[in-house]
Design a protein around this ligand. Structure first.
Ligand code: PDD
Length: 284
């Protein structure tokens, strides 16, 4: 069962007009909310990011936070999996093809839930292999736009090399990965690229930053150079589907020892501890 413009229906019955600006221009924004043990994770933060993305591209917000939560809970209840990923997609709507924003059209709103596949034991214990590439995307990567062709082209280069992700650099500095944020550990200090227009402000990035703060783990939020990335002791990627995972091979070379590092193990354990606390609270 999916949600489309106020109605619930089987996905096979969902229809979108070809003049939808999402189809014609990629004119829309999206969110992805992970659900653990049937409880949405950080829904308020996802809602806030949604509101910011919509405002940045002047699409009217179709949902209050309570309305969004109601649809999310209905979709969760309609599916059997304890862990789900709620995909939410809002386009500007349907109008004759014209680059300027048309006035007074209704946004198209689509939501679906899929099973969330958590990282495998192998991915956690061995880490991931990635490639690095120049960041060829636009300069508003803070907006969660549905126009993901740059992300897809770069990710596909990683896939062609047998790698899980691509880490991007812009003008000699680390930005992020195609669907995750990146942090780097050097000499016991976690380096986090600043949340500016060049990266998506990841909800998982924020969770890790909170954990670094609350556990007094040395860290710096500042631009991270290519040289620092390439001489890192540890590299991590964070996202809703991966929590935090170690990158152990980059461009065919080992990162640090080529195994997930000690700070990664500590932060991943803290992340899982936080999720377990939430689970306990939601069952109280
Ligand atoms: N991707 N950077 C990019 C470009 C992303 O697409 C994502 C998330 C992240 C991590 O954000 P968060 O921690 O809020 O998941 C960073 C989602 C999962 C996706 O595209 O499906």
């Amino acid at each position: 069962m999916i949600y489309l413009n106020g109605q619930y229906m089987p996905i096979e019955e969902a229809r979108i007009p070809v003049l939808d600006r999402g189809f014609i221009f990629g004119d829309g924004i999206y969110e992805y909310v992970p659900v653990f043990d049937r409880a949405p994770f950080r829904l308020h933060e996802h809602y806030t990011r949604l509101v910011n993305s919509l405002a940045a591209v002047q699409i009217p917000n179709p949902f209050t936070e309570a309305e969004l939560a109601a649809v999310v809970h209905k979709l969760i209840a309609a599916h059997p999996w304890p862990n789900q990923g709620i995909y939410l997609h809002i386009t500007r709507g349907v109008a004759p093809r014209d680059h300027s924003f048309p006035k007074n059209i209704k946004p198209t709103v689509f939501m679906m839930s899929n099973q969330l596949v958590l990282p495998t034991q192998m991915q956690i214990e061995e880490g991931l292999a990635v490639v690095t590439r120049e960041d060829i995307r636009w300069l508003r990567c803070d907006v969660k736009s549905i126009s993901l062709l740059g992300h897809c082209m770069l990710r596909n280069e990683a896939t062609d090399q047998g790698c899980a992700e691509v880490i991007m650099l812009r003008d000699g500095f680390l930005t992020e990965a195609s669907s995750s944020n990146v942090m780097v550990v050097r000499n016991g200090v976690v380096l986090c690229p600043p949340k500016d227009n060049l990266i998506l402000p990841g909800i998982s990035y924020n969770v890790v930053l909170e954990l670094l703060n609350s556990h007094h783990i040395p860290h710096e939020v500042r631009p991270v150079s290519a040289a620092e990335l390439h001489s890192a002791d540890e590299v991590w990627i964070t996202s809703s589907t991966k929590d935090v995972l170690a990158v152990t091979h980059m461009d065919g070379k080992p990162v640090g020892t080529g195994k997930p590092g000690p700070l990664f193990a500590r932060v991943r354990a803290l992340f899982l501890g936080l999720k377990a606390q939430l689970k306990a609270a939601s069952h109280d």
